[in-house]
Design a protein around this ligand. Sequence first.
Ligand code: SF4
Ligand code: SF4
Length: 71
Amino acid sequence: MDKKAPITIDLSKCPPCTGQICIGVCPQGALEEGKNRKPQIIEVIQCTKCGVCVNLCPTKAITINPSKPQK
Ligand code: SF4
Ligand code: SF4
């Protein structure tokens, strides 16, 4: 995963759900359908870490990354 990515999607926890909730709810259009219908980040810069996808994912597959730079 790109260190600059604002969020982490644990694809092992993503079935994906019916309707791919995270892709639909992102107000920034930062997510799209990727491999095996699972979400992937397309617009890293667009993500505002609003947390909507994190909160609405039924399997808690998405987490927000810390904003501090990686060591
Ligand atoms: S945290 Fe918000 S802006 Fe970022 S991908 Fe999730 S819904 Fe979109
Ligand atoms: S909301 Fe969660 S389970 Fe549904 S597609 Fe997104 S990451 Fe996968």
